[in-house]
Design a protein around this ligand. Structure first.
Ligand SMILES: [Zn+2]
Length: 80
């Protein structure tokens, strides 16, 4: 039986053929690592967009992750 993560990764590779490393694949899959114990979290608990006040400049996409192992919460922001 195939791990769902690997079929997910393979799908992501088809979608993003330029991504070589597992890190960039994980990024493409919305995966994040707990900064405390390194647990991989597949999906953000919450995500939302933040528009800049000036209406200039890039929007930010915020993702909130919760570690299932230790309960640590952290955010990651990316420019949209
Ligand atoms: Zn953790």
């Amino acid at each position: 039986m195939e791990l769902p993560r690997w079929s997910q990764a393979r799908r992501a590779r088809l979608k993003y053929p330029c991504t070589e490393s597992m890190d960039s694949l994980m990024e493409a899959l919305d995966m994040a690592k707990c900064p405390k114990d390194g647990t991989e979290v597949a999906r953000p608990t919450k995500e939302w967009n933040v528009a800049p006040k000036s209406k200039k400049g890039p929007k930010l996409h915020i993702k909130l992750y919760t570690c299932p192992k230790c309960g640590h919460k952290w955010r990651e922001a990316a420019k949209v």
